[in-house]
Design a protein around this ligand. Structure first.
Ligand SMILES: Cc1ncc(C[n+]2csc(CCOP(=O)(O)OP(=O)(O)O)c2C)c(N)n1
Ligand SMILES: [Mg+2]
Length: 560
């Protein structure tokens, strides 16, 4: 591995990140000062693509010990920064040049905006006196980033340290998200005229009132068939074990959204699986048999409540008020710091209900069977199971957006927080491979796999060269089904003819021997796939494994 070991993984890093009051060397320029402040906040690397305008910042990174990771596309740099933010509990960093660099980067920045990951996105611009003129590549970055960031700030001489400190604090404040900084080249190169600034800890969401917690307890006590649904806000809590404490205290069967998988080990006997993915009707029927839905950190960005809740009353526990259609029966909202709310819910007298172990076991078995229609061919669902078998329990998966997402989300058993990486708010193709690279950089000690559809692979294939350059052991499993299958399924459901969704007309033959020097192998059955993944996990670099699958069963399982 050519990567530096990850730093201590504490969620209180920012609180502890006290900058020296006078950490500015006499020969420091503003780019050096920016890097010194990012480093003091615990940021170890940034992803991006350079231009001449970026070079002063990159040079400062080289000297200042913040690694610059060259990606194949700025969108990937954004996705990688997003996953770094999720994994490390400090802002992920991404960097791009002006104009087209900035617009490419925006795809990854949008991911952090809707999926709520802490991020600092820096664009390196022309000299100050050129801004706003008709000059090659220039556009208004602040207008571009305004709708997809918490703030878009200018880095100005004399205000560099306070602006970076403000950006970090804002990115880390709940709800977390991206902050954009624009750095004109002359500002980067000018001598630093300030001291470093002390960074106060991020603001905390106020606790929910006692009376509301008590009322929530009454609702739980009354319910005979409550079901909890964990969502993506819960991914950012400081103590995920509190989720389990609440679930077990009140004997609550629990489902999750796609992004919340693994927050409680899905082997738990109260786990009923993921909602709104493959075979969602099986899950909807179960959810609608409840007499109370308890949303724990449920963020409607993944899926609106009204899509599945029908008339079951909702008890929502989150950091902010819920966004629902008028049809949703909101019984109570517990709005406040989630760790705090969970701790207090877990301390209430234990509630009992009518669920039986047998009923939950039967449900899980029915759901898992429905996801795997019988077939004599090498199905996508068999490929996903083979990958799960090959990845050790503690391993991490990063995957992509397509019909395979629905199938993976429903089939996969996630065992731990931060082990299952996907975008479901932004839902952008192209997330999987840069996400896997970032996950492996953040946790080089753990096995990581990337799984993605052939359409997503075509979009981001250049990133395998990045994994190779970094010396990352990374199996990249491509589900070769020759279609943008998710859109093909939608065409079928709407009775449109197939048009513009076929990736390749003829059957896949053997892949090329390598992509940019990364070895490629072909597999045609689950046994070959499992063996290839195990071998790739033991390799010192990435391996592309092309699983030639028959995904016809998606029409039975996806968007049912
Ligand atoms: C950037 C972006 N463009 C388009 C889409 C719409 N879209 C969602 S899934 C998908 C097809 C993905 O194809 P593939 O990677 O082969 O996965 P499959 O559906 O075949 O499993 C498309 C085009 C999207 N989500 N993101
Ligand atoms: Mg496909």
């Amino acid at each position: 591995m050519k990567v530096r070991p990850a730093a201590a993984r504490s969620s209180v890093i920012l609180a502890a990140a006290l900058f020296p009051r006078d950490g500015v060397q006499p020969d420091m320029n503003n780019a050096d000062l920016i890097v010194a402040m990012l480093k003091a906040a615990g940021i170890e690397r940034g992803f991006g693509i350079p231009s001449g305008n970026v070079l002063p910042l990159m040079e400062a990174m080289r000297k200042g010990g913040v690694e610059f990771v060259l990606t194949a596309h700025e969108g990937s740099a954004g996705f990688a920064a997003d996953v770094t933010g999720r994994m490390t509990d400090r802002p992920g960093l991404c960097i791009a040049t002006l104009g087209p660099g900035a617009t490419n980067l925006a795809t990854g920045v949008g991911n952090a905006w809707l999926d709520r990951s802490p991020m600092i996105a820096i664009t390196c611009n022309l000299n100050t006196d050129q801004l706003g003129r008709r000059i090659q590549m220039w556009i208004d970055h602040h207008a571009l980033f305004k709708p997809i960031t918490k703030a878009t700030l200018r880095l100005e001489p004399g205000r560099i340290a306070e602006t970076v400190a403000q950006a970090i604090r804002l990115a880390m404040a709940e709800p977390r998200g991206p902050v954009h900084l624009d750095l004109p080249e002359d500002v980067a190169l000018a001598p630093a005229s300030e001291s470093m600034t002390e960074l106060p800890p991020p603001s905390k969401v106020p606790a929910a009132p006692d009376a509301v917690i008590a009322e929530a307890g009454e609702l739980l006590a009354k319910a005979k068939r409550p079901i909890a649904v964990l969502g993506s806000s819960a991914m950012r809590i400081g103590h995920p074990e509190l989720l389990r404490a609440v679930i077990e205290r009140h004997n609550l069967p629990f489902a999750t959204t796609t992004m919340a998988k693994g927050l409680i080990d899905e082997d738990h006997p109260l786990c009923i699986g993921v909602i709104e993915r493959s075979c969602r009707q099986v899950q909807r029927k179960m959810l609608r048999s409840a007499d109370l839905i308890v949303g724990l950190g449920y963020d409607t960005i993944e899926v609106e409540y009204e899509a599945w809740i029908a008339d079951v009353p909702l008890l929502q526990v989150d950091i902010e008020r819920v966004d629902v259609a008028p049809s949703v029966a909101v019984a109570l909202e517990v709005t406040g710091d989630i760790d705090d709310s969970l701790a207090r819910l877990a301390a209430l007298p234990s509630c009992s209900n009518d669920w039986t172990t047998q009923e939950l076991d039967q449900h899980r078995a029915r759901f898992q069977a429905a996801l795997r229609p019988a077939s004599s061919t090498f199905t996508a669902h068999a490929a996903i199971d083979a990958v799960r078998r090959a990845l050790p329990r503690e391993g991490l998966l990063s995957f992509d957006v397509g019909a395979h997402t629905h199938q993976i989300a429903s089939q996969w058993t996630a065992h731990a927080p931060k082990s299952f990486h996907i975008t479901n708010g932004w839902s952008s193709m192209g997330f999987g491979l840069p996400g896997a690279i970032a996950a492996k950089l953040a946790r080089p000690d753990l096995p990581v796999i990337c799984m993605l559809g052939d359409g997503c692979f075509q979009m981001t294939v250049g990133e395998v060269a990045v994994a190779k350059r970094l010396g990352l052991s990374l199996p990249v499993v491509v589900l070769d089904d020759r279609w943008l299958s998710l859109i093909k399924v939608k065409q079928m459901r709407r009775q449109y003819p197939f048009y513009g969704t076929e990736l390749q007309e003829e059957e896949y033959t053997a892949p090329p021997q390598h992509y940019f020097g990364v070895p490629a192998v072909e597999v045609r059955n689950p046994e070959e796939l499992e063996a290839a993944v195990r071998k790739a996990l033991a390799a010192s670099g990435p391996t592309v494994i092309e699983a030639v699958v028959d995904s016809d069963h998606y029409i039975d399982t996806v968007f049912d």
